[in-house]
Ligand binder design. Structure first.
Ligand code: CA
Length: 338
């Protein structure tokens, strides 16, 4: 499948510096790696952290890519390397001790897409009008939502909005959320973005724009909308399109598949249904999309497989043997009695 990538970063309307960064690298004819990072920590620190992370991730993935390794392991290693590089610079440079960055990365190989992220930069899948959030923010507010202490629609107004639970460059090790493969279909679009977009523009409005045919125009329009809404933060969007974009996109109804988006729309009376119910639906759907069966590759074993237990296997074999013996004996008895 042909992969097209278009991205843009913009300083926004308020900040004095753009601390977001983005990058993309082609790995082979049908594989690409893309990343968006959102830096933080003092003047110059944030932009340096984001650029350093993007640089490191691109370099690492490009130089380690063989097409054979489990992409999820590769993503984990790349994120660890980026974390180490940013942290090293932060520790050894005057005034940069508190710099850090988020990252959201996608590795697409053929029709398979793998994701890794740390922080609150997000990945969405846009498929025939269905706009699905694929990542869960590593933020205090997300944790409060998960614990049922804050409603999703209150998230953006909450005092702890924007406080990260995880980022690159601050601790010796960081655990990214890694997922995939998601099986991409012809015409699918993957959106990676910083919170300068999602904090300013409703998800259903983002999805509406994604119906546009011209990717460069879509990217421009998203940045324009974030700025028009206030542009309080740096804005970064990067879109990957798999194959050819369908002709009938303009007719697609938009369905937002994200708890925050659904709750917001419901709170504003833009949804006819009970948000609780939709939230539940959404959750199961995302799980289906993100946690599809692991790659059937021969060379790698998923890390989360239960350990082989010879004792247990013997027990099952014994059980099957006993069952077969019982059946045979039963048949014999039946035959004799008859
Ligand atoms: Ca930001």
């Amino acid at each position: 499948m042909r992969l097209q990538v278009v991205g843009k970063t913009d300083i926004g309307s308020v900040r004095e510096e753009n601390q977001d960064a983005l990058g993309e690298v082609r790995l082979d004819e049908e594989s690409a790696f893309l990343v968006v990072a959102d830096g933080m920590g003092g003047y110059a620190g944030g932009s340096l952290a984001a650029r350093l992370a993007v640089e490191t991730l691109l370099e690492y993935v490009k130089s380690s890519w063989t097409g054979k390794k489990d992409p999820r392991s590769l993503l984990r290693e790349a994120v660890a390397e980026a974390n180490a590089r940013v942290r090293e610079r932060a520790m050894h440079t005057e005034g940069l001790a508190d710099m850090g960055t988020t990252c959201v990365c996608a590795l697409v190989s053929g029709s398979r897409c793998y994701l890794a992220h740390v922080g609150d930069s997000r990945a969405y899948l846009f498929r025939r009008g269905l706009f699905t959030l694929l990542t869960e923010d590593h933020t205090v507010i997300q944790q409060l939502i998960n614990q049922g202490k804050v409603k999703p629609q209150e998230a953006s107004y909450h005092p702890s909005a924007g406080i990260l639970m995880r980022c690159l460059g601050q601790l010796e090790s960081v655990e990214p959320d890694v997922s995939g493969p998601i099986e991409l279909q012809e015409g699918d679009r993957l959106l990676l973005c910083s919170d300068g977009l999602t904090g300013m523009v409703y998800e259903d409005e983002i999805a509406e724009v994604l119906k546009g045919r011209d990717m460069a125009q879509v990217v421009e329009e998203l940045v324009r909308m974030a700025n028009e809404a206030g542009g309080f933060d740096n804005i970064t969007v990067q879109i990957l399109q798999a194959g050819t974009f369908p002709e009938d996109a303009a007719t697609w109804p938009v369905i937002v598949d994200s708890p925050e988006g659904i709750a917001l729309m419901a709170a504003e009376g833009r949804l006819p249904k009970d948000p609780e119910e939709l939230g539940h639906l959404r959750h199961t759907r995302v799980l289906e999309v993100v946690r599809e069966p692991a790659v059937e590759s021969e060379e790698t074993v998923p890390a989360d497989l239960p350990e082989w237990d010879p004792g247990r296997e013997r027990f099952y074999k014994l059980l099957v043997t006993a069952a077969v013996a019982a059946l045979l004996a039963g048949g014999l008895v039946y035959f004799l009695v008859r």
